[in-house]
Design a protein around this ligand. Sequence first.
Ligand SMILES: [Zn+2]
Length: 205
Amino acid sequence: MGALVAAAAALGNTRTGRRILTGAIVAVLLVVAFAKAPLVAIPLAVAGAGASTAVTSAHPAPAPANGEWAYPLTGVYFKGRGFGYNPVKGCGYCSTDHKGYDMAQGCGATVYAAGPGTVLTAGTYQGYGNTVRIDHGDRLITLYAHMQWASLRVVVGQELVAGTPLGAEGNTGKSFGCHLHYEVQRSGTSVDPQPFMAALGLPLK
Ligand SMILES: [Zn+2]
């Protein structure tokens, strides 16, 4: 440390040295700023730590809004990654092109169907872990990923309404802490859930 201070003092004695020092300080500040950014994900992991793996019903079933649709998590939630290019720092296996909208209340929180439809798949699905996909007709599908193993409460072919409990928020599949990955697909293509939900009178954060 003493050597560092001595080196900094020596650098500070020349104009070039001062430039180097200023550059170094700016670089350090930038690194700190960027390092802080992914910390928003940490409360999710902390919230999930030590939570029971049992399905909880601490959150009341959502009242379907706008006639037919509702939020997939009720009440207060943490916003995770939004839709689009969104790498996860420190997670090599996490996708960089994010196909959905991440939200979390903590491990075990109940995940609900956002709209009426039929269960298309229920179980492990690609990298999504324990997942439910709901077919809403008109080539519209919603997907609820990373739920806890053995937490699913619906089966393939089951007819659902908005607010039907699907399972428990978890960390299965390519996940980095308990959260719900909520995805909306139109004609096989993932679309941004934020404008989609906003158009239904259900704005996300
Ligand atoms: Zn996600």
